[in-house]
Design a binder for this molecule. Sequence first.
Ligand code: CTP
Ligand code: MG
Length: 379
Amino acid sequence: MKNNCAVVICAAGKGERAGFKKNKLLTPLYSQPVIYYTLSKFASFGEIIVTSSPQDMPELTAICSPFGAKVVLGGNTRQESVFSALKHVTKDIVLIHDGARPFVTDKIIDDCINDVLKYGSAITAIGATDTTILHTGEHYVGLDRSKVYSLQTPQAFYTKDILYAYKKAMSDGNTYTDDSSIYSAYCATPHLTLGDNQNIKLTYKEQFEPTYMPTMSMQSGMRIGFGVDIHTFGKEQNFITLAGVKIPSTTGLIAHSDGDVLVHAVMDALLSSIALKDIGTYFPDTDDKYLNIDSMHLLKEVVKMLLDKGYTPSNLVINVQAEQPKLKKYIDEMKKNLADVCSMSTNDIAISAGTAEGLGYVGQGLGICVYCIATVKEI
Ligand code: CTP
Ligand code: MG
């Protein structure tokens, strides 16, 4: 079902109240920026649209890329940002969510989708637990606590309804602080869906302290994977490709794909870390679709499979066994390419290379063998 839904993730704010001098969503929470964790909660959605300010475009685009998310320019207010994102939505149901709520649970997301199907809309809300009042300065009015709610996101709707409401609000020149108020002004009273106290909106600096944050969905379970790949020299070609870097060589590696033996070992290590099958199962070399394919695209797919299962790459340890070519001067670029595709820091990737001193198939220069150990952590 999620595959048939879109999510708009609002990330075009400035995060002024958090005072980091940059968008709070680009600030690290654990090892990754806040927006990364929010995105990972929606990784299996069919369409992910993220709003961005002009200055955050490059950084947000890089973080969003492994999730296949589209980054669009937001506006000066959240309302303008959501309106510009909604115009890109092609799915029938859309969830609108604040990037600043990375602790949203799978249950809330599932409940929102089911409630839209049942009631036409779903706004995440939690009931008041304290005594609630309306105080105007002069007047004091006690409120019926059982009818008072704090609203959270996601807020979910049929795309055609919320787009209609936004168009009306924009042409009437009215300003609203969230989607439910726009929906209720122009469509109908929205349906309340139960939220969670854990689903806080990160607003102030102290909320980024590990002691403050809810940890339930963020506790990291580490797992280890191992991958090996071998390719034979012999292709009439004057280069080989390792981690997406073209390296001059007297002969190329024979393969159905681009022969990126290093990336294949990394993919197998990542897949094995969560006990999935090997790359041949998911990307068979009998399928013409993968003929001469850039293996970095396949790695991106593997990272997405990992995210769908709730894991993200943590570190990679790679060893290349090759008699030739010499790899030393290409290693930094190889690490950079892997880091970009896996949304990792180059500090978490090690690549070493060695020869086999003339022994065996590697030593005789017949082929290249790559080993990779990967650790992944639970999101
Ligand atoms: N947002 C947006 N476009 C805007 C303003 C806000 O997409 N013009 C997004 C924010 O990035 C955030 C969400 O809407 O994920 C909720 O807004 P808020 O928590 O107020 O974030 P900021 O506006 O960034 O923070 P502040 O108000 O402290 O500057
Ligand atoms: Mg704001």
